[in-house]
Design a protein around this ligand. Structure first.
Ligand code: PXP
Length: 246
């Protein structure tokens, strides 16, 4: 079965809007766990716009499924990650001005730095994934630098404005999955996925983990986070079973 990673950054975004103590992403992670989340994802950004160091420490203590830390490659964040030792890190590009992570990591232009960095993480028993666009050169470079897994950026697919465009973008993602698997990489996917556009991803792509945040947290405002996570799990299960029957 495809696993569901729930990104709880968006809960922290609401808290930081008032610089207060609620809503707590740590509570959200516990409730997401009850709803069936297989992975809890957080992004410790250099500007600390949502997740704070305190959240990271508490989540490290309380997440018993799998904690996936999205992070940039800056020295400060690398030091924190190596000390904290989450089960998995996903390296992402980070720009201060962006609203969310806008594009995939450029692996091809940073091969030496990434090779050294990934080795340090792997030597510390931290599983390394790279968030990249569905691009052949980036996928091959990800394998070259020693990543164990990639997360394919689904943002373009999610933003498709016609069925024709989304079919074309799914095909590109599907080819990317094949290239990655041939390189021995495990494949995750995420960004911009919703209750409306996740079904085709499940049916057509051979993915291990789907990482979803904004849509689940948005629904959670109305139905609660445990129910919102369960609904996404059920949706993934339903489409996975359709795929099995094809
Ligand atoms: N994967 C990565 C690497 C991300 O940066 C994000 C956004 O934090 C997500 C997945 C989840 O994206 P969304 O919030 O659009 O579901």
């Amino acid at each position: 079965m495809i696993k569901l990673g729930v990104n709880v950054d968006h809960v922290a975004t609401i808290r930081q809007a008032r610089m207060t103590y609620e809503p707590d992403p740590v509570t959200a992670a516990g409730l997401a766990d009850l709803g069936g989340a297989d992975v809890i994802t957080i992004h410790l950004r250099e500007d600390r716009r949502h997740i704070q160091d305190r959240d990271l420490d508490l989540l490290r203590e309380t997440v018993f499924t799998k904690l996936n830390l999205e992070m940039a490659t800056s020295q400060e964040i690398v030091d924190i990650a190596l000390k904290l030792k989450p089960a998995q890190i996903t390296l992402v590009p980070e720009k201060r001005q962006e609203i969310t992570t806008e594009g995939g990591l450029s692996v091809t232009t940073q091969k030496k730095m990434l090779t050294d960095l990934i080795k340090r993480f792997k030597d510390n028993d931290i599983y390394v994934s790279l968030f990249i666009d569905p691009d052949k050169d980036q996928i091959i470079a990800s394998s070259d630098v020693g990543a164990q897994s990639i997360e394919l950026h689904t943002g373009s697919y999610a933003n498709a404005e016609s069925e024709e465009q989304s079919t074309k973008l799914l095909k590109i993602l599907n080819e990317a999955v094949g290239i990655a698997q041939n390189q021995g990489l495990r494949v995750n996917a995420g960004h911009g996925l919703t209750y409306k556009n996740t079904g085709p991803v499940v049916e057509q792509l051979d993915i291990e983990e789907l990482h979803i945040g904004h849509s689940i947290v948005s629904r959670a405002i109305f139905v609660g986070i445990e129910a919102a996570v369960r609904e996404m799990k059920d949706l993934i299960y339903k489409h996975y079973m359709i795929k099995q029957s094809l």
